[in-house]
Design a protein around this ligand. Sequence first.
Ligand SMILES: O=c1ccn([C@@H]2O[C@H](COP(=O)(O)OP(=O)(O)O[C@H]3O[C@H](CO)[C@@H](O)[C@H](O)[C@H]3O)[C@@H](O)[C@H]2O)c(=O)[nH]1
Ligand SMILES: [Mn+2]
Length: 549
Amino acid sequence: MTTTTTSTHLFTTRSAPLRHLYKLYFFTFLSLTLSLLYYRFTHHLPYSHHPYLILLLILSEPSAGPPTFHSPNPDRLPEDLPCVDVLVCTADAAREPPAMVANTLLSLMAYDYGPERLAFYLSDDGASELTFHAVALAAEFARRWVPFCRRFGVEPRAPKAYFAAEEGGGGEGVEFRRVWGEVKKLYEDMQEQIAYAGSTGTVPEETRKTHKGFREWDSKVDPRDHDTILEVLLKGSGKDRDVEGNPMPTLIYVSREKRPEHPHHYKAGALNAMNRVSALVNNAPFVLNVDCDMYANNSQALRHAMCFFLDPEQGHRIGYVQFPQSFGGLTKNDLYANGVKRIYEIEFFGTNAFNGPMYAGTGTVHRRESLNGRKFTPDYRPRLEDMKQGMGSGNVNWDELEAKAKVVTSCNYEMGKPWGKEMGLMYGCAVEDVFTGLVLHTRGWRSVYCGPEREAYLGMAPTNVNDTLVQHKRWSTGLLQIFLSDYCPWTRGLGKLKMGQIMCYSFYTLWALWCMPMLCYALLPSLALAHGIPLFPKASDPWFAVFAF
Ligand SMILES: O=c1ccn([C@@H]2O[C@H](COP(=O)(O)OP(=O)(O)O[C@H]3O[C@H](CO)[C@@H](O)[C@H](O)[C@H]3O)[C@@H](O)[C@H]2O)c(=O)[nH]1
Ligand SMILES: [Mn+2]
């Protein structure tokens, strides 16, 4: 049994062995399903769902086919890495508790990457004082948490998960125990303050004096109608330092301007606004976006992503690197399949052979240029030297920044500009992520799916049937909308995408079609039974073998 392995400098690609067996399995399955269709026809049995099933089965072939694995070699990375801007979004303090947002931010701020090269932007579409409070507390606690993680190499770096796990994970010895105890105490204090504010619904007067940002909530703020609220909570470029004197990364809280008469384009609008704010500070060549309900579980993930972008042979073609979304706290036996394991454990590895996976909305590192409208051309060869400019140069004018950031986050800013159409995340679709990924692929970029052994992100998925239905309705209608739009993979993609990729995109965007076979499978057996129609041939009939398979 051999595996095909190709190795370039910074990452290794390995294809699954026995690729022909996958094909053999697929064609056996397909021919048996087709013969079932024939049997249903000739025996006048209910068969209406079969054509859909066969169509979906054929379209699923590339993604369900043999997996291709890309493994990064971070030991070979250059020392001086390019900056990364990290965009985190939250939208509703009631559904996305401020303590969770703080925890996600802290896990990201503790990335093993070099704090002076990172800048964090928290977009709060809920314009909540409680979220602002939690983020401001997280900024202070980070001065202690980040050096602690770095010094003892602890994992995971989300404090909640870390302290909930085995006591004192990551080290031993008297010194470790002492520091661990101190940091835990500080963390619990922070948690208590967040919880207290949550229980009273407001922030204590004393705390409100610590940041000018709180003044924005002196009068009531309507999340759908307010000015931009923005505060730089940590200044990078060596200004703010942790307890050991090392530079802290930049951290900025932003709640963009909202007016009822202006469409805000949900998460896509939020990310585009953050994209512009981050361009005013470091304008990092790479942008990581993470939903606030997913914490970083692997402190190496960013270094892994860089292995792909900086690879001397293939890096320049890569538009984005997608990490899996893994979920904790699912229902027993994952009753509603909200873990979407099939996608992240099977299909995305299959898409690696066809220019890479869809953009899944979180745990994604984008090349800023490709996200912002650049088409891939074979002569595109970004130089590491150019990518390294930006942070650390100390030339950010922090006073001017707030004023400039307010301009680029105002409702009118995008008027007459290509944002949402040719630049940034695409507007007008409920699954802005898949849509945007498709556009990037049609512009010639490749993507890479990287599934590290230690899960890169761990998050929350819906746990009740109501939330699941809302999510699935949004996904299935949004995806179908793409199939029926100008960006139908068969029209926009022909000549630009690989055939396997067109099939993958069709498989996902036609996801709503699954309702046909599903409904039939749910209804037909009981209907057939009630009318005395046998659904299956007798055991003595040769056709029985096909059914038994
Ligand atoms: O007006 C909005 C609405 C949502 N969000 C944020 O967008 C993210 C995703 O929203 P969520 O309600 O959690 O949706 P999910 O169904 O969990 O999201 C999945 O599906 C989306 C596409 O539909 C992807 O963008 C997400 O990354 C993916 O996790 C969250 O961080 C929200 O805070 C905003 O910033 N502004
Ligand atoms: Mn979510």
